[in-house]
Ligand binder design. Structure first.
Ligand SMILES: Cc1cc2nc3c(=O)[nH]c(=O)nc-3n(C[C@H](O)[C@H](O)[C@H](O)COP(=O)(O)OP(=O)(O)OC[C@H]3O[C@@H](n4cnc5c(N)ncnc54)[C@H](O)[C@@H]3O)c2cc1C
Length: 381
């Protein structure tokens, strides 16, 4: 595998970084406090093309390979501190647009992909439930067959983008006795009778990415809104998780680079005991560890791009990338606060915001423990 980005990908990453610096992250300190989503920034991202990058041109996208998109995400993560916005973009892409692209009928793709690419529709995904998290296939939302459609009833938990979303990919079971083979995916539009966004959920980090419960009460969905075959929701879910796990941390990689640069600048300029703090070996060692983490994370992320661009399975590799990058990200955020001392702990500089954002990465798209279980399965113990 190539360890260096090609010139073209480097240019893409730099363009994304520049775009993010100039167009994203406005008024972040206030919005982060109040938990406010930046819809204008979302539109700017759509104009920049991010939402359509992995979608073929016939559906309004750019048809770029995944490795190119990872370079763009890395650039965005480096160029803005608004990791909440980037998280929302990732959720939209990997758990809504991609499953529709991979499993949708011709009509579903024609109807939904173009507006998902141009920013006029925001996508979300409802899999988790109050009693089904890691054990996702124990979900209880029911989809009862009714004539030429289904009636859905149940509550989804932790739905990223729900308060602003227009289109939901939702998982329900047609018969709990069937276990995983009863699970079926549906595309549900906002405004469908019986579908409502419930309680807004306040989070520790990623606060500019809105989240809520999603409630279905006798929500009638025509069979034409089923995504994939009845009872074949598990492959839809697993496909979206493989893409999400492998790709969602590319923007965190960018954030880790920005963070290291900020820490280096601080370590060079902040003087204590008559010299820059970076001259103290225990401070330098933190910066060294941050650099080593970055260098071990980057190839794992880009390996997913190479595998998926070659049409190969990346289940284990995506779990490895997710596990390693998220845990490194949290450790580097803690190091950054230590390097900044008391200033790092104050909210005004947003150094602590990185830490709060990073903790979510060891939970979403499957916790670190679940990633380890997936990797262990690959070891055929
Ligand atoms: C920021 C964020 C965004 C999210 N966005 C979405 C979204 O858009 N849509 C959606 O459907 N969900 C979303 N989720 C939910 C997420 O997928 C779940 O939080 C996650 O899968 C864990 O489920 P849980 O929270 O119910 O924890 P639980 O499954 O209850 O786990 C609790 C603890 O037990 C451990 N554990 C559980 N089972 C095992 C096991 N077999 N082996 C070892 N340890 C185990 C877990 O690792 C964890 O430490 C989001 C979560 C977060 C934090």
């Amino acid at each position: 595998m190539q360890l260096e980005l090609s010139e073209e990908r480097t240019r893409l990453r730099e363009a994304a970084e520049q775009f993010a610096r100039s167009a994203l992250g406005k008024d972040l300190a206030r919005r982060e406090r109040t938990g406010e989503f930046d819809r204008d920034a979302w539109r700017r991202c759509a104009e920049f093309g991010v939402l359509g990058m992995p979608i073929p041109p016939q559906f309004g996208g750019m048809g770029l390979g995944l490795s190119d998109l990872l370079a763009v995400m890395e650039g965005l993560g480096r160029g803005t501190r608004d990791q909440g916005l980037l998280f929302s973009l990732n959720a939209h892409l990997w758990t809504n647009s991609i499953p529709i692209l991979k499993f949708g009928t011709a009509q579903q793709k024609d109807k939904y992909l173009r507006p998902l690419c141009d920013g006029s529709l925001i996508g979300a995904n409802g899999a988790s439930e109050p009693d089904a998290g890691s054990d996702i296939f124990s979900l209880r939302t029911r989809a009862l067959r009714d004539g030429d459609g289904y009636v859905l009833t149940g509550t989804k938990m932790f739905v990223t983008n729900a308060p602003v979303a227009d289109l939901f990919v939702v998982y329900a079971t047609v018969d709990p006795a069937l276990g995983a083979t009863g699970i079926t995916a549906f595309i549900i539009e906002k405004g469908t009778p019986g579908l409502r966004v419930g309680r807004k959920l306040e989070k520790m980090g990623l606060r500019t990415s809105p989240m809520a419960e999603l409630i279905m009460e006798d929500c009638r969905v025509p069979a034409s809104q089923r995504l994939g075959r009845e009872g074949r929701g598990v492959p839809v879910f697993e496909c979206s998780m493989e893409w999400e796990r492998g790709c969602i941390l590319a923007s965190c990689l960018g954030a880790m680079e920005r963070q290291l640069e900020e820490c280096l600048a601080h370590a060079r300029s902040r003087k204590q005991f008559g010299k820059p703090i970076g001259k103290f070996q225990s401070v330098a060692n933190r910066l060294v560890d941050m650099r080593v983490r970055l260098d071990t994370c980057r190839p794992l992320v880009y390996r997913i791009g190479e595998l998926k661009d070659a049409g190969r399975d990346a289940t284990t590799e995506a779990a490895i990338a997710k596990l390693h990058v998220s845990e490194c990200y949290v450790k580097s955020c803690l190091d950054a606060i230590q390097v900044f001392g008391g200033y790092g702990y104050m909210t005004e500089q947003l150094v602590e915001c990185d830490l709060r954002d990073s903790v979510g990465s060891t939970l979403y798209s499957g916790t670190s423990e679940i990633q380890r279980n997936i990797i262990a399965r690959g070891l055929k113990l």
